[in-house]
Design a protein. Structure first.
Length: 82
């Protein structure tokens, strides 16, 4: 062996232990309240999106129902184009 090393060429570091402390009950309660309020906003937003989607889709569907009914009766369907 060269240089008087006793078999180790590098120094080994000790692994640091990670410490973890559990949150207090008040911190957990605060976290759940935050999650609950965010979920409330999300549910409200999604229901508003669904209502908006239904409003946008229902009118064309009603128009198609009327056009199909008129077509079955044999009446020609024409729409004014601009």
């Amino acid at each position: 062996m060269q240089g008087g090393n006793s078999g180790r060429s590098r120094r080994h570091r000790r692994k640091q232990r990670l410490s973890y402390s559990f949150p207090s009950p008040s911190e957990v309660n605060s976290l759940f309240q935050t999650i609950r309020s965010r979920l409330g906003y999300l549910v409200h937003f999604l229901s508003a999106v669904q209502v908006n989607y239904n409003a946008q889709v229902s009118e064309p569907l009603e128009n198609m129902k009327v056009i199909n009914k008129i077509s079955r009766l044999g009446i020609p369907v024409s729409q004014q184009t601009n």
